[in-house]
Ligand binder design. Structure first.
Ligand code: ADP
Length: 393
């Protein structure tokens, strides 16, 4: 059975088509700069990568183009072969703790959550509308980035602010990257061969978050009301004192929107180095002796180790830790620095094993108190699995 996993952004649309339940990827790709004058798409099929320039005035055009490619490449003979389309949705608020089949009520609920995710939810909805229109017979499923974190306890997800901010305006910790953390914790269950485990999952990409997972349920996570909380990220600040915001507004005359933009787009690696949000550039800077790159990396690693150490105590111990995302999967040096800093927990890195990129690997020694792994994450397969679960054989 053919299932599409889709991630629609404001000007992009990523897709991966699976044969289920085998979980075989048949074709994948991304449409970029939708609505612009220079739109294009890249597809990967049978190990071959193809890039084409094309006019895409909106997401409907991208979906039409995707359907043409599926037909031309004989991935499908007709549209009815696409039994399900799973959509990544950034925000399910506290309405959704698992994936759901999309109907009018779901659309209404996702719309009602737009104030909580003003950039992402509208873009996700545009994707849903395009697929519902052009592939009307497929079962459309919503897979929420926040759902996995809904098991956090009230004393964990609340902020110590006036209680009415929560009851009247939904101010609380939601957490994001949930699909990735769920995938990683399930992989650790398989690797360790048991389900009743305490694990810490680190998703370190351009955005980054860490979760504490107890017996398969998320009990804490580093992102908060928005994805801007927690770790130092590519261009996001992570945890800061909220009072910095009015202070900077008064000092600079910047508007609230400008300061929020600074915190989202001009902070993190980019803010500290003044060079780049990309960890590869930071690494290059470090090798060239750039003091601000050295500083940014130190701050990045400090924040990660603080979260891991605090979740170790929060969980009352830890059976395994894993690293995923562009940095977690690929940056040998960053993993080494993190694991070295975690020595007080009895963690011992295996330097040879850690010399790895993008491959599931145990990177600690046999006598390390906590085994640590690199695990390439796979949010798309989770979307396909959830979508398939609603359709069955
Ligand atoms: P996103 O949050 O956008 O999904 P990714 O998970 O793709 O981000 O991660 C992007 C980050 O991964 C960037 O900082 C990039 O530098 C880093 N990265 C990717 N490949 C490598 C590599 N080979 N070595 C070090 N860092 C890498």
């Amino acid at each position: 059975m053919k299932i599409l996993a889709v991630n629609a952004g404001s000007s992009s649309l990523k897709f991966q088509m699976y044969e289920m339940p085998e979980e075989k990827v048949l074709i994948s790709g991304v449409f970029e700069r939708i609505g612009g004058t220079d739109s294009f798409y890249t597809i990967k099929i049978n190990g071959e990568k193809i890039e084409k320039k094309v006019t895409l005035k909106d997401h409907n055009d991208a979906v039409s183009c995707l359907i043409d490619e599926l037909l031309e490449n004989k991935i499908i003979d007709n549209l009815d072969e696409i039994k399900g389309v799973g959509h990544r949705l950034v925000h399910g608020g506290d309405i959704y703790n698992k994936s759901v089949v999309i109907d009018d009520e779901v659309i209404k609920n996702v719309e009602s959550l737009i104030p909580l995710a003003p950039l992402h939810n509208p873009a996700n909805l545009v994707g849903i509308k395009a697929f519902t229109k052009l592939v009307p017979n497929a079962c459309q499923v919503a897979v929420f980035d926040t759902a996995f974190h809904q098991t956090m306890a009230t004393d964990t997800y609340l902020y110590a602010v006036p209680y009415e901010w929560y009851t009247d305006y939904g101010v609380r910790k939601y957490g994001f990257h949930g699909t990735s953390h769920q995938y990683l914790s399930q992989r650790l269950e398989s690797i360790l061969g048991k389900k009743d485990i305490k694990v810490i999952t680190c998703h370190l990409g351009n955005g980054g978050s860490i979760s504490a997972v107890l017996n398969g349920k998320c009990v804490n996570t580093s992102m908060g009301f928005t994805p801007n909380a927690g770790l130092v990220m590519g261009s996001r600040c992570g945890d800061i004192d909220a009072t910095i915001i009015p202070y900077i507004m008064k000092q600079t005359g910047k508007t609230i929107d400008e300061v929020v933009e600074d915190l989202n787009k001009k902070s993190g690696f980019l803010g500290i180095t003044g060079i780049s949000n990309d960890s590869r550039d930071v690494e290059q800077g470090i090798n060239a002796g750039n003091p601000r790159c050295i500083l940014a990396q130190k701050m990045y690693v400090n924040m990660i180790t603080q979260y891991i150490a605090s979740y170790y105590v929060f969980l009352g111990g830890c059976d395994a830790i894993c690293f995923a995302g562009g940095i977690g999967e690929n940056s040998i040096n960053t993993r080494k620095e993190i694991l070295d800093a975690l020595k007080p927990l009895g963690i011992k890195i295996d330097l040879k094993a850690n010399d790895v990129r993008g491959k599931e690997t145990l990177i600690t020694t046999k006598d390390s108190k906590i085994p640590c792994y690199v695990i390439p994450t796979d949010e798309e397969v989770m979307i396909a699995r959830d979508t398939y679960s609603f359709i069955g054989d």
